[in-house]
Each structure stands twice: as C-alpha cells, then as structure tokens.
Design a protein around this ligand. Sequence first.
Ligand code: ADP
Length: 290
Amino acid sequence: MTPAVCIQNVHKVYNNTAVVNDLTLVIQPGEIFGLLGPNGAGKSTTIRMLTTLTQPTQGQVIVAGYDVVKQPLRVKQQIGVVLQQTSVDMDLSVWENMEFHGRMHHIPDTDRQKEIDRWLDYVELGDRRKELVKTLSGGMKRRLQIARALLHQPQILFLDEPTVGLDPQTRRRLWEIIKGLNQQGMTILLTTHYMEEVEYLCDRIGIMDSGKLIALGTLQELRQSRGEGLVMKQKGDLQDGQAERWDYQFFPTMADAKAYLDQQPDKTGMMTRPSNLEDIFVDLTGRNLD
Ligand code: ADP
C-alpha cells in the first residue's frame, strides 16, 4: 500500500538554522497521527512542507504517492488543509465560502452543490448556509474550515491545532467530527498542544523538539518505553493544599513503582500513579504541553 505520507531525511533551513532537522516519518493510510512538540519545535514547518506551502531544503516529501516539489498540483488535489492562518472569508456567507473553494478546485456545477450540502450537513452548518461568516462562533468557523477542506474529496486531511482556543464542549464536538471522518477512511495528521486530544484521537504520536523527532509510537508504546508507573514526591511547602513542585521517577510497571514506594521508610508526600502522555512529554522535552 502506498503510504499516505513519506518524509525521508528532510531538512528545512531558515537563516542557517535547521528548524526541521533530518526528519524521517511514514504515515499509513487510515491513521490519525498526532504531531506534538513545544513551540518552535518545527511542527508547522513540517505541515507546510507536506501541504506544498514551503519546500524542503533537503530530503524527500511524498504525499499520497506524489512528490511535493515535483508534483505539487497532484498533492493539492489529494489533501485538505486547515491551518491557523488559512481562515475563511469573513465577509462572505457560509455557502459563498464553500462555493468559492469549490470553483477554485473546478468541481463541476452539479457535484459542487451536492458536495457543499453534504459537507455543510456533516459539520452541522446546513442551516447557517446564508449567514455571514463573521456572525459565526469560533467553533462554527472551524467547522466551516473543515467542511471547505473536504469539498474536493481529499484522501488526507491536515489539521494544524484544530481546536486551539475553543471551549471544551466545542472541542469535543470537533473530535467527533474528526473521528467520524477517520472512520470513513480519511487519513488525518494533526498538530496539537492538548494531551487529551491526542489520547482521544490519535493512533500514533510523534513528538518533535528542536526540529527532530524524539519519540514515535502509540501511546501505549511510548508509555512502555519510558515507564508505565510513576512515583511522585512532593517538593517544597504545600500552598493551599497543593504541592509547589513534584519530583517524578519512572518505573517499568505500576507494580515496580508501588514496590519502590513500599520500601521507603518515610512515605510522606509520596504517591504512585500510571504515567500519561504529559509526563512523557515533560520528561522528554523539559517543557509543559501548553
Ligand atoms: P512549531 O509549529 O512547532 O511551533 P514552527 O515550525 O512554526 O514550530 O517553527 C520552527 C522554527 O522555525 C521557529 O524557530 C520559527 O521561528 C522558525 N521559522 C518558521 N518559519 C520561518 C520563516 N518563514 N522564516 C524564518 N524562520 C522561520
């Protein structure tokens, strides 16, 4: 099977600095892949290369079987893109935004109207079609961006921080939309800062830092490789009943973590719990997710 995305030894250099540094990554059709990393890690630059918006300085990027440098038009036909900066046109109506995008992609008249209806209904904006985009909520605008990105029937959807700035309820609704698309066979690559988003949506996770891929696998694989059990030790004084700081120690399993705790003569301020993605992220990058 042709991989959905194949990135091989890719570098992107800005001002003599490799902001993406020897990245190799393969994503299979049907996966939801989450790219995580602190600010400046190179996630957006990677998405920009995958979506033909910028070219790699070195290395090869193949999307849906096409080379992003040699066959950018072919790539564009196969992908839907929702980036932070590609916003919808505020002074047009919901339908006009879809219509404009459909014409840009040369979707024939009859199909176009059918597809516009289909995707607006899918993201539950069918009854808002005549409204100006500037009157929509943030969550509705994001849903419109997604509907628009799907209009030309792409195989792969790229979502750059799709739920940033949205309230938890709206975020959940978008997760259901994203999951539903994946169940229909769509490959999805998303970047995010939200751990729950990755845990809920992603089949596999890649963690980037300083332009490099520093971890790759399923959540379970990442937990296994770093340690599934944690012993936490409170540091400093309690403030309002909360510890000021915790020291973390990873153990291969929860049983190992508990055994370690049991051996301690003084267990004051110590506890065990299963490790989660945020623990691993902080351990690997030295930074918090948001
Ligand atoms: P992330 O999405 O992980 O926050 P980015 O890919 O946006 O990271 O940025 C990675 C690094 O590349 C940052 O240091 C950023 O300042 C730099 N960078 C991104 N785009 C450009 C550009 N067009 N020109 C120069 N530097 C850039």
